[in-house]
Every structure is written in C-alpha cells, then in structure tokens.
Design a protein around this ligand. Structure first.
Ligand code: NAP
Ligand code: GCO
Length: 265
C-alpha cells in the first residue's frame, strides 16, 4: 500500500481572513506540512502586524489586502497571487463576520451584510480560484462552516442562515467540481476561543456556562484544534472526501446536554 500523504510541500495555499484567530491557526498548520501560505485580510494594519506572529513560528507568508465581498477586488487579489506566488492549490474560505441581534431588531441591511461576507464571498473567491484548479485538474477548497450550519440559536439568524447555506453551497460545489479532481469540503468548528467569541466568553458571560454544558470535552476549543482537519482536507490523504463538513466541536453535536451531579462518578 502506498504511504498515505499529508505532505503539502510545493502547494500554494490562500487563507482568507488569516491575520489572527482560526485563519492564522489553519494557515500555520498548512505551513507545517510545507505549504506556501498567502494571507488575506481586509485591514492593512492587521496584515502588517501578523507577519511577526507567523515569523515567530517559522512561517514566511505572502500577505495581500482585498475585500472578499468584492468581485473586482477578489479578481485583482487572486491575479496578483497567481502572478507573484503561483496558482492556488488550496483555498480556505475562512473570512467571516457575525452580528448578534434579535430578528425583530435587525435591519435588513445588517442581515444582508452577514450573508455577503459569510455566504456570498466564499462563492466569489471560489469561482475566481477554481478556474485554474479546473484547468490543472487539481485543487482543494475548504469552507469554514459552523455549529450554526446545523443549529439555530437566538440572535444569530443572519449568521446561521449564511453558515447553513455555506454547508449546502459546499455540497453543490462538490456536485459540479469533484469531476475535475477538486475536493470541496467544510470544517464546522465548535465554540472556539477567538476575538469573534470574546463578547460571549469573557467576563463571566452566561453563554460560557451553556458552552460548558453542551461541550462534552468541557472546554472552549482553541484555534489550533482546527489545523488537523484542515491538513487532512488539504492533502492527498483526503482525496476521496468530498462535499463533507468535518465538525471539530469537542462533541457538541453528539450531545443534548447534561445536568451537573446526575450520577456523576
Ligand atoms: P475572527 O477573529 O472574527 O476573524 C475573521 C476574519 O475574517 C478576520 O481576520 C477579519 O478581518 C476577516 N474578514 C472579515 N470580513 C472580511 C472581508 N470582507 N474581507 C476579508 N477579510 C474579512 O473570527 P474567527 O473566530 O477566527 O473565525 C474565523 C472563521 O471561523 C469565520 O468564518 C467564523 O464564522 C468561523 N467560525 C468561528 C467559530 C468560533 O467559535 N470562533 C466557530 C465556528 C466558525 P478583520 O479582523 O480585519 O475585520
Ligand atoms: C455564537 C458564536 C457561534 C460561533 C460558531 C459556533 O454567537 O453563537 O459566535 O456562532 O462563532 O459559529 O460554531
């Protein structure tokens, strides 16, 4: 049997929204396997600041600002990467936002903004990048989904609508592009300790108790917990995985919840 390869040497990876958080952890994981990392963000200051955070882990990155919601900006950015670094072998659609607003209080414009970033932009970036993957009959696309790809919860209707849609968009990309030897999958993180969840995690926020109750691993996830799934989906080892979402959630989706003290050992 041939050796199962997780090696990414010689591969060009683009991770959107990767100046910190989950995107940075995933990018560092891909770099550990040999990939050349391209980091995108919408904020030039954060793009400049992240270089040292990568370098201290031995990762030299190509950094480029573009707004993933803008077709023109994405075309400019991808064209520059293809010129300066090479065709993209691995795309991680990680960039995302969330708004925690009750439906009745949320402006339609606010709803649309979340949909634009979290659902439409993975489509925009994938459509631009996949052109060369189809020509080369090879490529890996990873869409950053969520627990909210399968659950709703109060106040995150726009985010859940986007992430639910992203799960099905991932499946539809698989239906149309797998025949070109392209793997399109998702990662569904559980509750991860990043800037995005800080408002519901720090300062004794009651949501923290819910996460502890719902997560059998009894901890918040760390961004680095997601790197292994990304490496699998980006490598030859994952060559027959397609249209799937791998949930990296400490057991949340397996668990209805538990009551403290009930038959505790
Ligand atoms: P985060 O800290 O908010 O990072 C999101 C990144 O996306 C930031 O770098 C942000 O840039 C970038 N971004 C936002 N809008 C953009 C745009 N228009 N163009 C380019 N970049 C843009 O979030 P995170 O916790 O690391 O989450 C990363 C991804 O995982 C998101 O898709 C999120 O929905 C998903 N996720 C997170 C969790 C969790 O518990 N943290 C769980 C499941 C899924 P700026 O900082 O410059 O605005
Ligand atoms: C929230 C959280 C979640 C996480 C993640 C869970 O307010 O419920 O921010 O949405 O970010 O998506 O998988």
């Amino acid at each position: 049997m041939n050796k199962i390869s997780f090696d990414l040497t010689g591969k060009v990876a683009l991770v959107t929204g990767a100046t910190h958080g989950i995107g940075m952890a995933v990018a560092k994981g891909l770099a550990q396997q040999g990939a050349k990392i391209c980091v995108n963000d919408i904020d030039q200051t954060k793009l400049e600041a992240c270089e040292e955070a990568y370098r201290k882990d031995g990762v030299e990155v190509y950094r480029l600002i573009f707004d993933v919601t803008s077709e023109a900006d994405v075309d400019r950015g991808i064209s520059q990467i293809e010129r300066d670094v090479g065709p993209i072998d691995i795309l991680v659609n990680n960039a995302g936002i969330i708004k925690r607003i009750p439906i009745l209080d949320m402006d339609i414009a606010e709803f649309k903004q979340v949909i634009e970033v979290d659902l439409v932009s993975p489509l925009i970036v994938s459509k631009r990048v996949v052109r060369s993957m189809i020509k080369r009959r090879a490529g890996k696309i990873i869409n950053m989904c969520s627990m909210m790809s399968v659950y709703g919860r109060q106040n995150v209707s726009a985010y859940a609508s986007a992430k639910g849609g992203l799960k099905l968009l991932t499946q539809n990309m698989c239906c149309e592009w797998a025949k070109y030897n392209i793997n399109i999958n998702g990662i569904g993180p559980g509750y991860i300790a990043t800037a995005q969840t800080a408002p519901i995690r720090v300062g004794g926020h009651p949501f923290n108790d819910l996460v502890m109750t719902r997560t059998p691993a009894n901890r918040w996830g760390e961004p680095e917990d997601l790197a292994g799934a990304a490496i699998l989906l980006a490598s030859e080892a994952g060559r027959f995985i397609n249209g799937q979402v791998i949930y990296v959630d400490g057991g949340i989706l397996a668990n209805f919840g538990y009551v403290q003290g009930e038959n505790e050992p």
